[in-house]
Ligand binder design. Structure first.
Ligand SMILES: *[C@@H]1O[C@H](CO)[C@@H](O)[C@H](O)[C@H]1NC(C)=O
Ligand SMILES: *[C@@H]1O[C@H](CO)[C@@H](O)[C@H](O)[C@H]1NC(C)=O
Ligand SMILES: *[C@@H]1O[C@H](CO)[C@@H](O)[C@H](O)[C@H]1NC(C)=O
Length: 640
């Protein structure tokens, strides 16, 4: 196979010889629905926005970004004149963040020596057109003459970021949103809290801040209402919706800080086990049934406690009001039946049917919370597969499909679900890497421990979902036509147990942009070509680095240069809590030897011998999460 680096270099050389050898499409990522190359390069020293195109402040701001991003390239130009950009928007009144839902994103862009004309039905299309225009400026400051007719193949194109396993300051989130916008991704799914931390300054329950991680001065790292609204507004100006996830049921230890009675199974350790019945996956329904929780610290919402549900309602009402998007994601992942036993001693004998009764009572109340607060209901696909509530929830529930692949999507569509978002963990989870061991497909676990480079710690190089793998994956392959219609889009996801501030960017980009092309361009993109696709992506990656200061990974990066195994930030303060003990292999940083020094069984699905426990937080290197920071990447020459 051709190495990506070499491929890019060959292309860069060709570009230096004759820029004209590149067609307009070679400059664009994601590839537009239609592009016509006019076979001419226009000399200009920059762009100016026509007077009659300055009515929309978001378009004016996008134009400002276009000028800033193109400035360094135009500095190579000897031309005297600027190219005038005229923008016309058919429906240009009162466009607000909530209007991004189902918005017309199409645009046409015509670039010729007499000027640039942008036409769009909404400001969304106009803003995208200006981004496309920015890409058409060559490395030597000329503008590629072309006509672009563009619209996305899918309406929903997302990235999920987890700010609970590791805290990211607003500047990091904004930088990620910048990259999403450049990639024409339109959803930032904010997995804002989880069992490890509640990084929200919610005035009604200030005691929840006790679960937030601390900065170097000992202050809680939290997002305030103003921070959230600022991010929502920032995203809106770049066509990005912000969908909050109010994680419910399975990962809720933090709610105990509000009131211990809101949570069952708090801090239970070991946090997974093999006592009681074996994993009975034959039913599918008890997938998570033999475990206390899937990650420390344990704690699930007590669904039988009305006060706990009222508390959750208040959270959705008050914090939910900070967000503009109609959709709210209500979690539902990795629910564990066992903690709903009546007393700790009888947990092992919990009857699944009893849990189904608890859920039959609770799920309508959760739906009611969404309805009361005027929110549309969304959840991980566990809500269809694991609770026996698939006939209680409405068919237009937004279902994030993470557990299965295309056959799961077909199954959900066959059950009548109409809003399916493809997010298969086997492809679209960006954290699967040599330092994350929960990505358990067989190929990911085929590397012997003896081949590992971190003494005493297992890594699995095959886990990295590389960019070609993501690019070539077709979520709709094999689906019936009606199931294809039920797929409204897709989402990549970054869980952050192994992510710190310094490696955030390289886990997100450029793979998220690669995913973006699948969902923006659909079948319009040219067939994958190891040389040409890599060259076009490499040019886009250069724009992320130079224009947005995103430390996007080299295309050859396979996640195996991290140097250390990272653990969740929760461990910084909880090295000694019993909640970290586990019977199951393997989370980042776990030693592979048991209490008596014997090797642990690393087979998929294996549990350690009775009495053996691994230590979730123990790790090779000791470090303080706060010492990691975003490293601004050095500018890199545009390939062409
Ligand atoms: C798994 O569950 C099914 C259905 O409840 C039951 O018939 C079967 O005996 C269970 N298998 C085991 C190994 O417990
Ligand atoms: C990318 O991932 C695919 C699927 O796992 C694999 O076949 C391929 O070899 C990987 N490419 C590289 C360069 O590692
Ligand atoms: C490891 O676990 C697997 C799966 O449970 C089991 O089949 C195998 O016998 C175990 N190996 C050892 C050495 O215990």
């Amino acid at each position: 196979m051709v190495s990506f680096r070499a491929a890019a270099a060959v292309f860069a050389f060709a570009g230096a010889v004759a820029a004209q050898s590149h067609a307009a499409g070679d400059y664009l990522w994601p590839y537009p629905a239609q592009v016509t190359d006019k076979k001419a390069l226009i000399s200009a020293r920059g762009f100016t926005l026509a007077d009659n195109s300055q009515n929309n402040e978001n378009v004016v701001a996008a134009f400002g970004r276009l000028q800033a991003s193109a400035r360094s390239r135009f500095s190579a130009s000897k031309a005297k004149n600027s190219l005038k950009v005229t923008v016309s928007i058919a429906k240009d009144e009162g466009f607000a963040a909530k209007d991004l839902v189902g918005a017309d994103e199409s645009y046409t862009l015509d670039v010729s020596s007499s000027g640039v004309n942008v036409k769009a039905n909404t400001q969304v299309g106009a803003i995208y057109a200006l981004q496309t225009l920015s890409q058409l400026v060559t490395s030597s400051g000329q503008v590629v003459a072309a006509t672009v007719n563009d619209a996305p193949a899918y309406a929903f194109r997302g990235l999920m970021l987890d700010t609970a396993r590791n805290f990211f300051p607003i500047e990091d989130i904004k930088r990620i949103i910048d990259g999403l916008a450049y990639s024409k991704i339109n959803v930032f799914h904010w997995h804002i809290y989880d069992s490890q931390s509640f990084p929200i300054d919610w005035p009604s329950y200030p005691q929840l801040k006790a679960t937030a991680f601390k900065d170097a001065n000992g202050n809680p790292k939290v997002y305030t209402e103003q921070d959230v609204r600022d991010i929502v507004q920032y995203a809106f100006q770049r066509n990005v919706r912000v969908i909050p996830e109010f994680e419910a049921i399975g990962h809720n230890a933090v709610f105990a800080a509000a009131n211990p009675s809101f949570v069952v199974g708090l801090n239970h350790a070991p946090w997974d086990g093999r006592n009681g019945d074996a994993n009975n996956v034959s039913t599918g329904a008890v997938m998570w049934g033999t475990q206390w929780c899937n990650q420390p610290p344990c704690g699930q919402i007590d669904l039988t406690n009305q006060a706990a549900l009222e508390f959750f309602n208040q959270l959705v009402a008050e914090v939910g009001a900070w967000f503009e998007d109609p959709i709210v994601h209500f979690g539902h992942d990795e629910f564990n039946y066992r903690v709903y036993g009546t007393t700790p001693d009888s947990w092992d004998s919990v009857d699944v049917n009893g849990i189904y009764e608890v859920m039959a009572q609770a799920e309508p109340k959760l739906l009611q919370i969404a309805e009361t607060n005027n929110k549309l209901y969304g959840a991980w696909d566990d809500i269809v597969t694991d609770f026996n509530v698939q006939n209680i929830i409405p068919k237009d529930t937004y279902i994030w499909n993470w557990q299965g692949d295309n056959s799961a999507i077909q199954n959900f569509a066959d059950q009548g679900f109409t809003n399916i978002i493809a997010s298969p963990s086997s492809v679209y989870y960006l954290d699967c890497s040599p330092t994350a061991r929960w990505c358990t497909s067989t190929f990911e676990r085929t590397v012997p421990d003896s081949a590992l480079n971190l003494p005493g710690y297992a890594t699995f190089p095959g886990q990295w979902h590389n960019w070609t793998f993501i690019y070539n994956y077709d979520t709709t392959a094999g689906l019936t036509d009606s199931a294809k219609k039920a797929v409204i889009g897709g989402s990549v996801a970054l869980w952050t147990e192994t992510i710190k501030r310094h490696n955030l960017d390289r886990y997100v980009f450029p793979r998220t942009s690669v995913f973006a092309e699948r969902y923006w361009s659909g079948h319009a993109a040219p067939a994958y070509d190891a040389v040409k696709t890599a060259a076009r992506l490499e040019r886009f990656r250069t724009t992320l680095i130079n224009e947005l200061q995103i430390a996007a990974a080299d295309l050859s990066y396979l996640g195996n240069q991290e140097g250390t195994v990272f653990r969740t930030e929760w461990c910084d303060a909880n090295l000694a809590t019993p909640g970290q003990k586990t019977h199951e292999c393997c989370f980042p940083g776990e030693p592979l030897t048991g209490h008596n020094g014997s090797p642990l069984n690393t087979t998929v699905g294996a549990h350690f011998p009775t009495g053996d426990e691994a230590d979730y937080c123990k790790i090779a290197a000791s470090y303080n999460t706060n010492s990691f920071t975003h490293v601004v990447p050095k500018p890199t020459p545009y390939p062409y």
